[in-house]
Design a protein around this ligand. Structure first.
Ligand code: NDP
Length: 480
């Protein structure tokens, strides 16, 4: 059994209550660890430590801050195999994906913001003959970072790194479902010599430990990634307290395939875009719209490719899809597959729970599922499923596909597949989403703004956007 501890004031400690929660391995359905069941007392300890550390950390020289963040990145890199195994075991994602994407990206997040802090500059506004203004961008103080289970360390570090880079002290909570790599990160921070209290990691339930972070009056800003319903609750608590809020929420992203696309490449990439990480990526294109003239040909090729995706033990290097993160989430996905059939959908492949022999006999697996024949307004096409389920829908014109693409309450990401550049730009402009990929998916440049519109969130992460979020702008005006 692995016993995870909170990281508060530079030390690894149990929850004040001494209570624990079980940590499950989704691939086996078995408990393999214990997590502190933290509450407001633990959050208070973390806030006290962060407040104490703030004066020194916010005044630490840029070079030293940069070196410390680089050391954290190096520390993760040195223990790469351990982090990869932990992420796969905790989340159910394949070792292959954790090694190719999750952990290298967490390393990049720390390196990127370590470098960014040295280049971050503020504005100056001159009033000829009268005066000059300059903007100070100062750290906020103690900030809260809360992240979900789908890309555990990747998204956790995406918040923590810019918050620390800009001189804030952090109280962070990873998802209680996937706490393991955040725990390893705390070990790395101790080894790297990060000063006590600069980063504090409190484990536990969202409604308890998470809510205590949101409610704490001395936590001045909240950076949250998770579901839209949780985002609503967080906003309802934090907004009347005038906290700065960044909310990265759910999605129901359209993939738009035009007849003039590079066919083979589009089939290959759109299958990846639909089903990577068992469809548990907020950016996955779960609604694929295909121009009618190539619909049948595309459908055949798409389904044939999905059928080649081997779902199995995440530790098996041959597995291309792993386990669903929890039993509860597996049930939710299966209920949507049931709903899709009630709504008139035809299952083209998959559609069932998958039983894997041996070690994973009790694990949570679902066949990658492709469905057609659904009205774009039905619940299956409007609500976020967040699993290996993708719908195919034909369209006849740009106008029609834009109506369908924009019909959902979400607006996170989208992708357009065409060789007509003018059309690509035209459609990109009209899509209601924070991110549009043209002939690609998940091609990420960390300098770009990242986030969604409508019910997909408020604010942007990435590049200077995150550095600005984690600082307060103060204008200083001098009369000449
Ligand atoms: P949740 O909203 O359930 O949880 C996200 C985090 O918030 C977890 O750490 C959770 O803790 C915590 N939490 C839950 N309730 C509260 C509360 N009242 N106060 C404070 N914290 C709370 O999301 P999931 O973990 O289920 O993640 C899946 C969702 O995340 C999907 O909707 C997905 O689209 C979205 N997402 C969005 C991304 C984006 O960039 N826009 C990226 C990745 C995912 P606990 O787990 O312990 O309950």
């Amino acid at each position: 059994m692995i016993t995870i501890k909170n990281y508060i004031n530079g030390e690894l400690i149990e929850a004040v209550s001494k209570k624990h929660l079980d940590n499950y391995e989704p691939a086996t359905g078995k408990v393999y660890g214990l997590i502190p069941d933290s509450d407001s007392q633990d959050v208070q300890l973390a806030v006290d430590a962060a407040k104490k550390a703030f004066a020194a950390w916010s005044n630490t020289g840029l070079e030293e801050r940069m070196m410390l963040l680089m050391k954290v990145a190096d520390g993760i890199e040195k223990r790469m195999d351990e982090f990869v195994a932990a992420e796969s075991r905790d989340n159910g994602k394949t070792l292959k994906l954790a090694r190719a994407v999750d952990i290298p990206r967490a390393v990049s997040n720390f390196k990127f913001y370590a470098s960014a802090l040295q280049h971050f500059a503020s504005e100056s506004h001159q009033m000829p003959g009268m005066g000059v203004n300059y903007t100070l961008r100062q750290p906020i103080g103690v900030v809260g970072c809360i992240s979900p289970w789908n890309l555990p360390l990747y998204l956790f570090s995406w918040k923590i790194a810019p918050a620390l880079a800009t001189g804030n002290c952090v109280v962070a909570k990873p998802s209680e479902v996937t706490p393991y790599t955040a725990y390893l990160l705390s070990e790395v921070c101790i080894e790297a010599g990060l000063p006590k209290g600069v980063l504090n990691i409190v484990h536990g339930l969202g409604g308890k430990a998470g809510q205590a972070i949101i409610e704490h009056p001395e936590i001045k800003a909240i950076s949250f990634t998770g579901g839209t319903e949780t985002g609503k609750k967080i906003a309802a608590t934090a907004a009347p307290m005038f906290k700065k809020l960044s909310l990265e929420l759910g999605g129901k992203n359209p993939t738009i395939v035009f007849a003039d696309c590079d066919f083979d490449e589009t089939v290959k990439q759109t299958v990846t875009a639909s089903l990577s990480n068992q469809g548990e990526i907020c950016l996955c294109g779960s609604r694929v719209f295909v121009e009618k003239s190539i619909y049948e040909k595309f459908k055949e090729a798409f389904v044939a490719r999905v059928k080649t995706l081997k779902t199995g033990d995440p530790q098996d290097e041959k597995s291309m899809m792993g386990a669903i993160v929890s039993k509860q989430h597996k049930e939710k996905i299966l209920s949507y597959i049931e709903l899709a059939q009630q709504e008139g959908g035809k299952i083209l492949c998959g559609g069932k729970e998958l039983k894997i022999e041996g070690r994973c006999a009790e694990g949570y697996f679902i066949e990658p599922t492709v469905i057609e024949g659904l009205d774009y307004k039905c619940r299956t096409q409007q609500e976020e499923i967040f699993g290996p389920v993708v719908t195919l829908t034909p369209f006849e014109s740009e106008e029609e596909v834009l109506t369908m693409a924009n019909s959902v309450k979400y607006g996170l990401a989208s992708s357009i597949w065409t060789t007509d550049l003018s059309r690509a730009h035209r459609v990109a402009e009209k899509i209601e989403a924070g991110i549009v990929w043209i002939n690609c998916w998940l091609l990420r440049d960390l300098r770009t703004p990242f986030g969604g519109v409508k019910a997909s969130g408020v604010g942007r992460e990435g590049g200077w956007e995150a550095m600005r979020f984690f600082t307060e702008a103060k204008n200083v005006c001098i009369k000449i």
